[in-house]
Design a protein around this ligand. Structure first.
Ligand SMILES: Nc1ncnc2c1ncn2[C@@H]1O[C@H](COP(=O)(O)OP(=O)(O)OP(=O)(O)O)[C@@H](O)[C@H]1O
Ligand SMILES: [Mg+2]
Length: 510
């Protein structure tokens, strides 16, 4: 094996951005026939390294070899010609066109609007080979996130990708879809391709990869064979210290009702019923976890509470005051913190600075106002303190948020939302996309809010997370709460069955 020429060899890659060295003499090697995981804290430089390989960025220093031949990759077009494909976290498909039309977009020698029969045949053949069930004539807007991802992979394969880079591909997949993706990744490796897999989920890395390279602050910590390592060791390599996998959850006396939903019904974006007569109480000092497979009303539940979606029937109360159909600003002012699911579009204003984003909800409060103007000194001091407290990795507090890595944007949102003792925290997937160290930090923050008497509604697809943090677990299925159980005596099997809509006989919603 040692003598074999690697499929990809990146040597001493350096990439600097203003104020940061994103890649600091990174040497990375991936073989044909392997799934190679790339692991590292938020901002460690994973996406940057892969963007360089895909020709989106140019390295300041270093060399790249593809199958032993030194290459210069100026653009994705060059990368594709070298057999390198990349699927980004945010897909780049044209929604108003079909699968086949998207697949030929940019493919040399094919008319876009009437994809040649041969391309359709290739799509069908690939779809069969990987058991994807993709209809070449379906429109992109009709497809789920998981299906769109398959189209992205299919696009790369049609262009002859021998090396496929997947940047956090499971972050928007259901557990079932993730399992199917892993099977496809293994199959591609068996065909002699190279799959480079970026993920924060250690169990996924352990399950699907052959080798793992860990980055920390732009440098390579090491490359290990997956079978010779453990989640603990990987976490330690990533973070540079021991990571707690068990959290200390102090007993907290549950207080008065903070949030009350009474028979709340709401529609989704397609005007179909998405929430059906949901009733639920969340008390001070309590975390109520919402378990469920994505698409069963969780998103709409969060939106009606935070004032982002109309309630068509039923009522919502906060500390006894009715807030049904009040706007997000009103509700925010009443002490409701919201950690949104879609961070980049709803959580921040990407072109504004870290400091401006940190005070986004508070710019008119006395702490930051000086007459009609912002007290810039107070804003900067506040921002610097939050950057330190929440370990937000940014060159300065004046850096635009769009230049931060995904995980660091999430830390910023939490820093802002938890800044002024919220009464209610509505947290949607608060740890998704976070590295293990940051995940531990966020979980501790939520527990601290609980100890300080906030009411917390936690929506997460990670059932382990829900069970570990929550006092009570409410299971959603088909827009309804189909059961509420005490987390301490929760039976994972029973919750799983309820999530699948199999057992709705558990204790009725409180
Ligand atoms: N276009 C850019 N301009 C300036 N800085 C950038 C740019 N792209 C990335 N960075 C910075 O480079 C560093 C590495 O970012 P990168 O996105 O590669 O991290 P990552 O390991 O993918 O993190 P995450 O797990 O959060 O996605 C970060 O500090 C980030 O803020
Ligand atoms: Mg990244």
């Amino acid at each position: 094996m040692g003598a074999e020429t690697p499929a990809i060899e990146m040597r001493n890659i350096v990439k600097r951005f203003p104020g940061v060295i994103a890649n600091d003499h990174v040497t990375f090697t991936a073989r044909a026939g392997e799934v190679h995981a790339l692991l590292g804290e938020n901002g460690a430089g994973k996406t940057t390294l892969m963007n360089i390989l895909y020709g989106l960025y140019h390295p300041d220093e270093g060399d790249i070899y593809v199958h032993g031949r030194r290459v210069t990759i100026h653009s994705p077009r060059d990368a594709i010609a070298l057999g390198i494909g990349m699927v980004h976290q945010h897909f780049m498909l044209v929604h108003s066109h079909t699968v086949a039309e998207n697949a030929v977009l940019g493919l040399a020698g094919t008319p876009f609007l009437r994809p040649a029969q041969s391309v359709r045949e290739q799509i069908v053949a690939l779809s069969e080979r990987y058991r994807w069930h993709i209809n070449p004539d379906a429109y992109i807007w009709q497809l789920s996130a998981g299906e769109q991802q398959r189209v992205e992979i299919l696009k790369a394969l049609l262009r002859g990708a021998r090396v496929l880079i997947l940047d956090e591909p499971t972050s928007m997949l259901t557990p079932g879809e993730a399992r199917q993706l892993f099977a496809v990744m293994r199959q591609m490796a068996a065909e002699g391709r190279t799959v480079i897999f970026i993920s924060h989920k250690l169990e996924e890395v352990m399950e699907v990869s052959d080798r793992v390279t860990v980055l920390r602050r732009g440098r390579v910590v090491g490359t290990v064979a997956t079978r010779d390592t453990s989640p603990h060791e990987l976490a330690r390599m990533m973070v540079g210290r021991e990571v707690l996998f068990r959290l200390e959850k102090k007993p907290v006396q549950r207080g008065e009702v903070v949030l009350r939903l009474e028979g709340v019904t709401a529609l989704n974006d397609l005007n179909l019923p998405a929430l059906k007569e949901v009733s639920l109480d969340v008390h001070a000092g309590e975390i109520v976890g919402i378990a469920g497979v994505a698409g069963n009303g969780q998103k709409e539940l969060v939106e009606v509470i935070t004032g982002l979606r109309p309630v068509i029937q039923g009522r919502i109360f906060l500390d006894g005051e009715e807030i049904t159909n009040r706007d997000a600003r009103f509700i925010g002012k009443r002490g409701v913190a919201h950690v949104p699911e879609d961070r980049v579009h709803m959580g921040v204003v990407p072109n504004l600075s870290v400091a401006e984003n940190l005070i986004l909800k508070y710019y008119d409060t006395p702490s930051f106002a000086r007459g009609w103007f912002l007290d810039l000194q107070a804003v900067t001091t506040f921002a610097q303190q939050k950057v330190k407290e929440y370990q937000i990795r940014t060159p300065t507090v004046h850096t635009p948020v769009k230049l931060l890595s995904g995980g660091n944007i999430q830390r910023l949102i939490l820093a802002r939302e938890l800044a002024f003792q919220p009464r209610l925290v509505v947290a949607a997937h608060p740890t998704s996309g976070l590295d293990v160290g940051a995940m531990e930090h966020v979980r501790q923050l939520l527990l601290r809010q609980r100890e300080e008497g906030a009411a917390i509604l936690l929506v997460s697809e990670d059932l382990d997370e829900v069970l570990e943090l929550s006092d009570r677990v409410a299971v959603m299925f088909g827009g309804r709460i189909v059961g509420v159980v005490d987390a301490s005596e929760a039976d994972v099997e029973a919750i799983g069955a309820m999530m699948a809509g199999l057992n709705t006989t558990a204790e009725a919603a409180a």
